[in-house]
Design a protein around this ligand. Structure first.
Ligand SMILES: [Zn+2]
Length: 436
C-alpha cells in the first residue's frame, strides 16, 4: 500500500476542455513539464512547479509522462478468452465463440478468477475506470463488482439481460432478471466507486417485455447507467428491423423502451442516420466507439465527425473480445486508422481527450476522474516515452508536442507503463525484470 501522502514528479498532460477537430495546437491541452502532482488521502490536492516541502514522500519520475488513468467505456470481461477468434462477423462470432465462453461464468469460481485477471490486465495497461459487460449470470456481475471494489476502481457494470435468441445456460426471464437487477443495485450501486448499469446485450436478445422492464428500472432511478450495443453490423440492423417492425430505427427500439438517457452508453453506432444522432444528442447519451472491434469483425467505419457535428458525445472503447487489445493506446491508433479511411484525421488530442476527460464528462463523472484538477481521485499513470530504441529515436526527432504525443500513441504499449495508481494507491508497477 502507498502512503497517505505522495508527491509525484513528471511531465503532466491533461485537458481543460474538448479539443476541436483537426486542431494540433489546442488551447484545451494542459501540458505541465517537470511539475509535481500532490496526492493526499487518495485525492489530487495540488499541481505545482516547485518541489513540495520535506514532509511529502516523493516519487521522482522526471522526464516521464503522467496521464490521468484511461477510461474504457465498453469492454466484456468474460471475453478475454476469445480475443483473436478467426473467421466470423458479429452474429456468428457470438454464436461460435462468445456464448460458449460466457456460459462458463455461471460458476462463481470462474467468475471470480476471470474478474481478477480482467481487472489486473486493465490496470497493467493504464486503464483505471471502465464500463463493463460481465454475463447474464448474477454471480458474474457480483464477482466483478467485488473485484473492482478490492482494487478501489471506478467501475460501471451490470448483469446482462437476455431472455431470447441465446443458447441454453445464457437466458434469463423477465421476473428473475428484474429480481437479480434489484438485488445487485441494492448491493453495489453507489457502493464505493461502483455504479450499476442496466445492461441490455442488444435488442435481438431481449423480448419487448424485458426491454420494458429495463426501461422501468431506469425510470425509477435516474442515477442508474444503461449500456448496450446499437447498429454495429448491417445483418444485425436488418434483424432488428424484422424483430421490431414498428420502430423507426434500431436506436428507436431503445428510445421507445425508455433506455435512451443521459447515462446511456451505446457501443458502436456505425449504422445510424441523422435522426438517430439527433436523438442521441437530445437524450445526452454517448456512443462508445470501438474501432478495433469494428475493424476486426468487419462491422464498418464509424463516422465520428457526423456524431460530433450532431452534438452526440463519443468516447473510446476496446470492446474486447471483438476488439483485439485491452490497451487504450491500441484503441486510439485504430480510431485514427478508421477516421483516415474516411479522409479524416484524428488528432492525438481528440483521442486522448476521448479516453480521459471526455469519457468522464459523458459519464457525468468528471468531478471524480479524467483530469488532474484538485479534488479528483488520484487515478494516475506514469508512462515512459519510449520502451526501446525505435521509440526513443522517434521521440528524439519530434518537432512539436502533438507530433510527440501522436507518435507515442502509435508506438506505446504496456511495456511503456511504469505504474498505475488508483485513488492514490499503487495497483500496478512494472517489474524491474521487464513486462511479464
Ligand atoms: Zn461489445
Amino acid at each position: 500500500m502507498s502512503p497517505q501522502r505522495i508527491a509525484i514528479r513528471g511531465n503532466l498532460l491533461d485537458f481543460t476542455a474538448e479539443p476541436a477537430w483537426g486542431d494540433t495546437e489546442s488551447g484545451a491541452v494542459r501540458f505541465r513539464p517537470d511539475h509535481w502532482l500532490l496526492i493526499d488521502a487518495g485525492r489530487i490536492v495540488a499541481v505545482q512547479a516547485d518541489a513540495p516541502d520535506a514532509g511529502w514522500p516523493r516519487e521522482d519520475h522526471a522526464g516521464r509522462l503522467l496521464l490521468p488513468g484511461f477510461i474504457d467505456t465498453h469492454v466484456h470481461s468474460p471475453q478475454l478468452d476469445v480475443i483473436g477468434s478467426y473467421g466470423t462477423a458479429l452474429l456468428d462470432w457470438l454464436e461460435t465463440f462468445t456464448f460458449p465462453a460466457e456460459r462458463r461464468y455461471a460458476d462463481a469460481d470462474v467468475a471470480e478468477q476471470g474478474a481478477a485477471v480482467f481487472l489486473d490486465a486493465l490496470l497493467a495497461r493504464g486503464t483505471t475506470a471502465a464500463v463493463v459487460f460481465p454475463t447474464v449470470h448474477k454471480v458474474s456481475a457480483d464477482r466483478l463488482f467485488g473485484a473492482a471494489q478490492a482494487r478501489g476502481m471506478r467501475l460501471v457494470a451490470g448483469k446482462v439481460l437476455m431472455d431470447r435468441h441465446a443458447p441454453d445456460g445464457l437466458r434469463d426471464d423477465v421476473a428473475q432478471a428484474e429480481r437479480d437487477c434489484l438485488d445487485l443495485i441494492a448491493r453495489w450501486h453507489g457502493t464505493d466507486r461502483l455504479a450499476y448499469a442496466v445492461t441490455v446485450r442488444f435488442a435481438p436478445t431481449s423480448t419487448p417485455e424485458q426491454l420494458a422492464m429495463a426501461g422501468a428500472l431506469c425510470r425509477d432511478d435516474p442515477t442508474l447507467y444503461m449500456q448496450t450495443h446499437v447498429a454495429e453490423n448491417r445483418d444485425e440492423v436488418r434483424w432488428v428491423g424484422e424483430l421490431f417492425p414498428q420502430a423507426r430505427s434500431y436506436l428507436d427500439v431503445y428510445a421507445a423502451a425508455g433506455l435512451l438517457h443521459r447515462r446511456s452508453v451505446l457501443a458502436h453506432g456505425i449504422w445510424l442516420d441523422d435522426a438517430d444522432r439527433a436523438a442521441l444528442r437530445d437524450a445526452g447519451a454517448q456512443i462508445a466507439h470501438s474501432p478495433s472491434s469494428n475493424l476486426f469483425l468487419g462491422s464498418g467505419l464509424f463516422d465520428w465527425r457526423a456524431a460530433e457535428a450532431a452534438g452526440a458525445a463519443v468516447s473510446l472503447a476496446c470492446d474486447v473480445g471483438g476488439g483485439t487489445d485491452l490497451s487504450m493506446t491500441a484503441t486510439m491508433r485504430d480510431a485514427y486508422k478508421v477516421q483516415a479511411l474516411a479522409g479524416q484525421r484524428l488528432t492525438a488530442w481528440k483521442a486522448l481527450y476521448a479516453a480521459t476527460r471526455g469519457a468522464a464528462v459523458a459519464l457525468e463523472l468528471d468531478h471524480e476522474i479524467g483530469s488532474f484538477e484538485p479534488g479528483r481521485l488520484a487515478d494516475v499513470c506514469v508512462w515512459d516515452w519510449a520502451s526501446e530504441p525505435v521509440g526513443a529515436r522517434r521521440m528524439a526527432v519530434a518537432r512539436s508536442l502533438h507530433e510527440k504525443l501522436f507518435a507515442w500513441i502509435t508506438l506505446a504499449d504496456r511495456s511503456n507503463l511504469v505504474s498505475t495508481r488508483v485513488a492514490g494507491v499503487e495497483r500496478y508497477r512494472r517489474p524491474v525484470t521487464g513486462v511479464p
